[in-house]
Structure formats: C-alpha cells, structure tokens
Design a protein around this ligand. Structure first.
Ligand code: FAD
Ligand code: SF4
Length: 475
C-alpha cells in the first residue's frame, strides 16, 4: 500500500523519539533507519544478521497488532542457539487471551453488548452498578449539526511543529513512493509528552462538546477539519498513549467539571475508546485471515481517480478527500458516511477501499482500518461488525453538514442531470440487494417507502443511478 507522506513521517519520527527516550533512560538502543535496513531482503534476513553480529542469545518482541507481522515473526528462522519469546502488549484493555471467548468464530458480534460488558468489567461510568446519567446510550443527543453560531466557537486545534526534514530526505534517498501533501512541518504528536498535551487539550477544550457534535460536518471555519474530535488515534495506535490513561483523564475532567460536562459527552467518548476500539480489534483477530477476503455484495468496481486528487463535482467528497490528502485525517462520520458510503453505493471492490483507507490516514493500521472499512463501512463481512449497512442518500449528509448548500448537485433530486448521485445510487443499492436486506429489522421499512413510489419514478431513479455508475469518473 502507498501511504500518506505525513503518516510515514509521523511513524518514523515517533520511532526516533522513542529510541531517544530509551537512551536517556540508560538503555542500550540500536535504532535502525532505512539507511541501515536497505541492504537486507526481508525482516528475517535482517534479524539473522543482527543476531550474528551482536552475538544475540535471546530475541524477544512485543506482539504486533497486525496479522501479517505476527505470522512473520512467529515463523522466523533464526540461528538455532537464539531463543525467541513473544511478549503481550499493554495497549488494549481486553486481554489478548480472552479474544476467542468474547468473539466466537462464525457468530455475529454486537458492539453494544460488548461495550456494556467492558463498562461493567472496568467499572467505568457506573453508579452503584447502573450507568451514569441513567442510560447506556446517548446517541440521540449526540447527533447535532453545527449552526453558524456553533462554528465560530469551535476550539483552535493543538498542532505541533515537528521538523520532518531529515526523514523526508531519507525517503527521497530510498525512492519511497507516497501520497498526500508533503510538508516539512509535522503537526502530529511524535512523543509521549506531545501526546499527553494533546490529551489535555482534548479534555479541556473538546470534551465538553464532543458527543454533541460528534457526527457534524462543515465546509466553514478554519477548524472544520478538527471540530471537537480528539485526534488521539495516532498517539493511541502508535502506543504513545494507552487507552486506559486516555479514558481516565477524560473521566477526571468530567468529574472535576461538576456537572458542566453532561454524561452524553463523556459517554460518547468512552464508547469510542472502550467500546469501538476494543471491539474492532477483537473482530479482526477472531476472523483473520479470511476477513481480508470478505466481499458480501460482490462489489467489483475500481476506485475513481478523484480519490487521489479530490477533483469531483460532489462537494461532500471534495471536502473529505481534500482534507484527507492535506492532513492525513478525517473524522469518523466523514470516513463512514461520505467516502465510505459512496464506495458502498457505487459497488467499489473492498480491496480497493481498504487500500485507500490504509494508505491515507495517519492512524491507519490494518487491525483497526480493516474492520472499520470492510466491516462497518462496506458491510463486506455480512454483518460481523455492523448490524446493518451504513448506506444513505444525500439527505443524511445534508442533515449533518452544510456541504450540500454549495454543491453542483441538488440534494433534493434523485432523477435528472443535477440530481445528487448519492440519492439514486442509494436506491439502486437497496433494490439490488433486497433479498439480502429486506429481512433486516433495521432497514426493512425502507422498502415500504420504495414500494410506495410510482413505477415511473422508480424507473427514472434507477436510470439515473445507471448513468452515475457508467460515468463514475466524471461525477
Ligand atoms: P475521536 O472521534 O476523537 O474518537 C476518540 C478515539 O476513539 C479515537 O482516537 C479512536 O482511538 C477511537 N475510535 C473512535 N471510533 C473508532 C472506531 N470505529 N474504531 C476504532 N477506534 C475508534 N480508526 C483508526 O484508528 N484507524 C483507522 O485506520 C481507521 N479507519 C477507519 C475507516 C473507516 C471507513 C471508518 C468509518 C472509521 C475508521 N476508523 C479508524 C475509526 C475512526 O474514524 C477513527 O478512529 C477516528 O476518526 C480517529 O480520529 P480521532 O482520534 O479524532 O477520534
Ligand atoms: Fe454530496 Fe449530494 Fe450533498 Fe452534493 S448534494 S454535497 S453530492 S450529498
């Protein structure tokens, strides 16, 4: 996969900063850069060389989070005298050994059940065994769009001023291909101290409105890319922060606020870190490697070129793709309900979709990217992660954003040259997969709405959808 240049720089910078921290702590560190590893054909070759050169007797590694790498490390053939040991990682709350029990093979899993179990188990946001605020789920309160008055109040995001100059030179020296906007200034945290500052910034400035505007999107304001989101995913996934400390800091801030932060805000945040993050990791490990081949809807199309350029007439897609290419970041609803939704409706092959998501985002590592992309957004796993496909017409995007106001297309139309492509593609998707979806209690009623439309309207909608698919590159 070709990765975003800021993502490559952020990972290398974080590795270098970690090596420095260890050195300052008195450890003897040998940190290898691309300059050192270039002569070796693969990881095994490199490790065998290091064992020989340093007279290594024991090789111990922390278990990676990615299936491919775990297999590779477990299958290593090192010199016979070297003992090999795999250590557990502290960066998840659910112990590794419990994944098979919590995520039995061939069963669908439900995040809500898992999450409530995790809340009880770790005694988080509970008051004498009952959920704080009287409910487990505040989703209904947490779906507000942003008004112009809200937009001026969005806090300025904390960004960093790390210099990626040397890393960029090294990438050039080794001809590393990448995508996205190349910047010498790296805004992402690259060490623990910066990560903790970002966490504090989130707890102070964003947590009070996190849940409320979690799903909102806007084209306006300088801070439209960050909104009230934590942007902690890179710090978490690169292990500069642990999920427990992130949750604990947020809980401390909630308690110290003495009622000024509502339970809906903190619950919305805890749900993401304690619920979704742990849940998708469980699904990934329970279902790999076959998970990577799932394609429930037999989607076949290629990703249109504008995913790499942002050049399309669809304002929502321009906003999300442009922002992703510019700063290697988009928030959850942008990923799920704009680009993800578009790929689902347009029948893009999940391999293509996976490749784009894995490459473009600073936080993208397969264990978390794949269940979110293939599972939650493309429903390619047939419902292991999500209870229904996250398919929606332009109405949803219009409700949660101001994207449609300036768009070339008309969000109210589903037929005709100016009709929003999401509308007709949505109906085509629903009609095409009716056999599979009609029995799903969460979407069955959509078909009653389709059946009430005149045959003329139905035919015109499907005709418009076919045109959109034939002209996918030109939308
Ligand atoms: P916030 O909105 O501030 O949420 C707080 C934290 O909760 C995040 O930092 C993250 O650690 C966790 N979180 C929230 N939602 C999820 C989720 N669905 N799954 C796992 N953790 C979650 N997240 C990644 O970390 N890496 C990915 O490669 C990735 N790919 C995605 C692809 C698609 C198609 C979709 C729909 C979602 C994806 N996500 C991924 C989940 C989510 O979008 C990001 O975690 C989130 O946008 C990161 O921004 P943030 O730190 O500001 O999150
Ligand atoms: Fe996107 Fe359709 Fe709205 Fe345009 S009208 S921004 S294509 S949802």
């Amino acid at each position: 996969v070709r990765h975003h240049v800021q993502k490559i720089c952020a990972f290398f910078a974080a590795m270098e900063a970690f090596a420095d921290t260890l050195r300052r702590g008195g450890h003897n560190v040998r940190h290898l850069t691309l300059d050192d590893t270039r002569p070796f054909t693969d990881l095994e070759d490199l490790l065998a060389h290091l064992c020989e050169r340093h007279g290594v007797k024991a090789f111990e590694y922390q278990r990676p989070d990615e299936y491919r790498l775990v297999r590779q490390l477990r299958g290593l053939k090192l010199p016979a005298a070297v003992t090999v040991k795999e250590a557990d990682t502290e960066h998840f709350l659910l112990p590794w050994s419990e994944i098979p029990g919590q995520f039995p093979a061939k069963k669908h899993h439900r995040m809500e059940t898992f999450y409530r179990g995790m809340r009880r188990r770790f005694d988080i946001l509970l008051d004498e065994g009952e959920p704080v605020g009287g409910r487990w789920n505040f989703d209904r309160e947490n779906r507000q769009p942003l008004t112009p008055e809200d937009i001026v109040q969005i806090p300025e995001p904390l960004v960093f001023d790390n210099d990626a100059g040397e890393i960029l030179e090294r990438l050039d020296r080794h001809g590393v291909a990448y995508l996205g906007e190349r910047t010498r200034r790296l805004i992402w945290p690259v060490d623990r101290s910066q990560s903790l500052k970002l966490l504090d910034h989130f707890c102070t400035h964003c947590l009070p409105n996190f849940g409320r505007f979690q799903d909102a999107m806007t084209v306006r304001g300088d801070h439209r890319w960050s909104l009230y989101h934590s942007r902690l995913s890179f710090a978490l996934n690169s292990k500069m922060l642990g999920p427990r400390e992130v949750i604990d800091r947020a809980l401390e801030r909630f308690e110290a606020a003495g009622g000024a932060i509502s339970p809906a805000q903190i619950e919305g945040f805890v749900r993401q870190v304690l619920g979704w993050r742990e849940f998708v990791r469980g699904v990934y490990w329970a279902h790999m490697p076959q998970y990577a081949r799932t394609n429930r809807f037999r989607a076949r199309r290629r990703l249109p070129e504008y995913f790499w350029t942002g050049r399309t007439n669809m304002t929502c897609m321009v906003q999300v793709i442009d922002q992703s290419l510019r700063c290697a970041y988009a928030h959850h609803i942008q990923r799920l309900m704009v680009t993800g939704n578009f790929c689902l409706l347009a029948g893009i092959h999940p391999d293509e979709v996976d490749r784009w998501y894995l490459g473009v985002y600073v936080d993208a590592i397969e264990w978390v990217e794949m269940p979110n992309t293939r599972g939650m957004s493309q429903f390619a796993d047939g419902g292991l992660v999500a209870s229904k496909p996250y398919a929606a017409g332009g109405n949803y995007i219009n409700r949660m954003s101001d994207y449609c106001a300036d768009c070339f297309y008309d969000v109210r139309e589903k037929t005709g040259d100016k009709a929003c492509p999401f509308n007709s593609l949505f109906w085509r998707f629903m009609v095409r997969h009716r056999d599979m979806l009609a029995r799903n209690p969460r979407i069955g009623m959509i078909y009653s709405s389709w059946d009430r439309q005149s045959t003329g309207t139905q035919a015109a909608t499907l005709k418009r959808a076919d045109w959109c698919l034939r002209n996918l590159e030109d939308l």
